[in-house]
Write a protein that binds this ligand. Structure first.
Ligand SMILES: Cc1cc2nc3c(=O)[nH]c(=O)nc-3n(C[C@H](O)[C@H](O)[C@H](O)COP(=O)(O)OP(=O)(O)OC[C@H]3O[C@@H](n4cnc5c(N)ncnc54)[C@H](O)[C@@H]3O)c2cc1C
Length: 402
């Protein structure tokens, strides 16, 4: 693996870094620009999105013919990390979850007609989207095989009945991807559908109150009571739902990690700034070995995360699935983010616990990172499966031919 980046990627990285420093950080610093859920309010967001678009810093994750910049996963790793120096960065560049994962999966598997109807408006920034998979007990969560929402074929339509929860962005999303059961086949029992919020037969039962700040549209519980969808709403074919989730979730998990590394770096930045200036017992905090050890340890943890993310990105870019690599990155970076926020709060003392910095925001947000898109334990289980299958070959080097 070569860790140098092309001049084109470096150009995007530098422009994003400047845009975040000059345009996004000042907006973040003024709480008048925040909405009631700890996110950027729509008026400043729309103004920033228009500027980002005008500068060609928009949907970098997509191919040029889709309206993006075709950076590939390695280029995205470089740029997403830079975007999330600000807590509001990714959404400004249309690279925030869940839209980025939804756009990437639609770009990859939707038919040309589906792309025109469902993907293009998200790329244009005209609508937001949601991905509805998780269900309350006793339905599907970590184990999608437990999914209870059904899609029953009646004539040429599918009738959806069931309940989903924690669906990010649902209160503001127009376009939804929904997973439902079409048969009891263990491998081909699930199907992915597209639907529009204005269609009858479903409603939002509640916006679930959570401990962290919220994405636009919150995290909602949805009830399906006879939503009827025609066959052309199916993604990839009946029974291919599990495949759709695999195609969507692998890269989406990795983009979470890319962004979280940016947040972990921001925590370190705020901790360092305070330690540079603050004195106690006649010694500057930054000169204390105990503080230096904490910061050095965080710096190493961030670099380990970047290496894991880059290895997974490289594997995806060369056409692999990167299942092991994505699981390792997801566990490490989620825990690193949590630790970075915790250590930075500790170094900042009472200030760290206040809302004078974004550390408490990141701390509350970070807790979900260890649960969403596969809890730590699920990814550890996946890694152990690979270990059981591959034995010592779990750790192998690919050699070049010739
Ligand atoms: C903020 C937030 C946003 C979310 N957004 C979305 C979204 O947009 N769309 C969507 O569909 N879902 C979303 N989710 C749901 C999320 O993906 C699920 O919470 C996650 O997959 C875990 O499922 P569960 O909550 O049902 O946990 P469960 O499956 O009930 O598991 C509970 C706990 O059991 C343990 N556990 C589970 N399996 C194993 C195992 N094999 N070995 C050992 N221990 C295990 C883990 O500690 C786990 O945390 C969101 C959740 C949150 C908190």
């Amino acid at each position: 693996m070569d860790f140098t980046i092309s001049p084109r990627i470096e150009d995007f990285r530098a422009r994003i870094a400047r845009f975040v420093a000059d345009e996004v950080m000042p907006v973040e610093a003024d709480r008048a620009n925040w909405d009631a859920h700890g996110n950027i309010a729509h008026p400043p967001l729309e103004a920033l999105r228009a500027k980002a678009k005008a500068q060609g810093l928009w949907c970098l994750q997509l191919a040029r013919e889709t309206g993006g910049q075709g950076l590939g996963k390695m280029g995205m790793a470089v740029c997403y990390e830079e975007m999330n120096r600000s807590i509001f960065g990714p959404v400004v560049f249309n690279s925030a979850a869940p839209d980025d994962g939804n756009m990437m999966v639609l770009e990859k598997i939707a038919t040309p007609e589906q792309k025109a109807r469902w993907l293009a408006p998200i790329v244009a920034g005209k609508v937001r989207s949601a991905f509805a998979m998780t269900e309350p007990h006793p339905g599907g969560g970590s184990d999608p095989g437990m999914m209870l929402t059904t899609a029953t074929k009646k004539g040429d339509r599918y009738v959806i009945e069931g309940r989903k929860w924690f669906i990010t962005g649902a209160a503001e999303a127009q376009h939804f991807i929904l997973l439902a059961r079409t048969s009891d086949d263990p491998r081909r029992g699930l199907t992915a559908f597209l639907f529009d919020r204005d269609e009858p037969g479903w409603h939002i039962a509640r916006r679930i109150p959570i401990m962290g700040p919220e994405e636009h549209g919150g995290h909602c519980e949805l009830v399906f009571e006879g939503l009827e969808l025609p066959e052309d709403r199916i993604l990839l074919g009946e029974g291919m739902g599990l495949k759709v989730t695999q195609i969507r979730l692998g890269p989406a998990r990795l983009t979470h990690c890319m962004r979280w590394l940016g947040l972990a770096k921001r925590c370190t930045e705020i901790a360092r700034e305070y330690a540079e200036d603050r004195h106690g017992f006649g010694v500057r905090l930054a000169d204390r070995e105990s503080i230096q050890i904490k910061l050095g340890d965080l710096a190493m943890g961030i670099e380990i995360g970047r290496l894991l993310v880059m290895k997974a990105a490289w594997e995806l870019d060369r056409g692999g699935f990167a299942k092991k690599e994505v699981s390792m990155a997801k566990i490490h970076v989620a825990n690193l983010l949590h630790k970075a926020a915790d250590v930075a709060i500790q170094i900042n003392g009472a200030r760290g616990y206040s809302q004078d910095t974004v550390l408490e925001w990141i701390y509350r947000y970070a807790r979900q990172a260890r649960l969403v898109d596969g809890a730590d334990e699920v990814h550890q289980m996946v890694l152990n499966r690979h270990l059981a299958d591959e034995g010592r070959d779990f750790w192998h080097w690919d050699s070049t031919s010739g």
